[in-house]
Design a protein around this ligand. Structure first.
Ligand SMILES: Nc1nc2c(ncn2[C@@H]2O[C@H](COP(=O)(O)OP(=O)(O)OP(=O)(O)O)[C@@H](O)[C@H]2O)c(=O)[nH]1
Ligand SMILES: [Mg+2]
Ligand SMILES: [Zn+2]
Length: 308
């Protein structure tokens, strides 16, 4: 009987693929881990596995997690579903064109990562389709995020992206068709992720059943490719978390006239002032306001239920 440590790459039903010492093996859960939550073992979890004399391998223990990405259960206002454990960063990929760069959509993805206390990096992909892709990333540079500008057919910006991924556990998220899988494939050809299923994928409900899958990447890194989610509004975000999900607001929020300023229409709002002066991108303030409205609406049924 031999024990070793590995990382969970994927799960199909009750079978887990575990990566350790440079290769994969398939494992099932040891009896006592099976009890309770179905999500006791997640993609990204570091686990102890044991191979038995009959060659069956079981997951014996889950090591403490250093991070956890969660989202709301699709179609329900309550219930939070963990997606992946031990991520270092979320890489939000958008396309300059096809589909058009949508700041609000990008900001929803960055906000969800922030709400889960994960680092954020932003990729402006398909730069070959526009004359100048610099403007798209500006608000994110101002927010302090690393921004990379890439093109798959032109093979540009790929080294910057590779450096950002090296040695990290990264999850790729972003609108469907932005080129997440294409970028990962060109950085690591052996991956052979499926690409180009834009129209099929954008049918509602199609992608919600596709589970996260992790891949060893480069030197000591891992990547999780996710299908583009059309409705990231389902990702849980409480109203109070929304402003904190916009890091560049941080130095202004304490300067608003009212302590409980929500940065909507209040007089003396320092965040709105900063946007007027151009210290904060107008698109980011707009996204914040839309997200706050959405989060408040989503939070209401919870609040009234709790009071009952
Ligand atoms: N012109 C151009 N096309 C690209 C680029 N990157 C990807 N594409 C194309 O865009 C389409 C979508 O690419 P995917 O990699 O499947 O996009 P995705 O983000 O993984 O999409 P989902 O898996 O649906 O979320 C494919 O037809 C790619 O060939 C790029 O840099 N420039
Ligand atoms: Mg894809
Ligand atoms: Zn304010």
């Amino acid at each position: 009987m031999s024990q070793r440590t590995g990382v969970v790459l994927s799960r199909t039903g009750g079978r887990y693929r575990v990566f350790g010492d440079g290769h994969c093996l398939e494992a099932t859960l040891r009896g006592r881990l099976k009890k309770g939550s179905r999500n006791r073992v997640l993609v990204g979890d570091v686990v102890t596995v044991q191979t038995h004399p009959d060659n069956a391998t079981t997951i014996e223990a889950v090591h403490p997690r250093r991070s956890l990405l969660k989202r709301r259960t699709p179609g329900k206002s309550r219930g939070v579903r963990p997606v992946a454990a031990n991520l270092d960063q979320v890489v939000v990929v958008g396309a300059a064109r096809q589909p058009d760069w949508d700041p609000y959509l990008i900001d929803r993805f960055t906000a969800v990562a922030e709400a889960n206390d994960l680092s954020v990096a932003v990729v402006v992909n398909k730069c070959d389709l526009v004359a100048d892709c610099s403007e798209f990333g500006m608000p994110y540079q101002a927010a302090g995020y690393p921004v990379m500008r890439t093109s798959v057919p032109e093979r540009s910006g790929l080294e910057d992206l590779r450096r950002q991924l090296d040695g990290c556990v990264s999850l790729f998220s972003g609108p469907t068709g932005a080129g997440k899988s294409s970028l990962l494939n060109v950085l690591q050809p052996g991956l052979r992720l499926r690409t180009g299923e834009v129209s099929e994928r954008s049918q509602a409900g199609r992608h919600t059943t596709v589970a996260a899958e992790m891949h060893p990447f480069g030197k000591d890194g891992f990547v999780v490719d996710t299908p583009g989610l059309r409705d990231v509004g389902l990702w849980g975000l409480e109203p109070l978390e929304v402003a904190a999900a916009f890091p560049e607001f941080g130095r202004f929020v304490g300067q608003c006239r009212f302590d409980n300023c929500r940065h909507l229409e209040e007089p003396g709002c320092a965040v709105a002032g900063a946007a007027e002066q151009g210290s904060i991108a107008g698109s980011r303030l707009e996204s914040y306001r839309l997200l706050l409205r959405e989060a408040t609406r989503a939070a209401r049924p919870w609040a009234s239920e709790r009071r009952r």
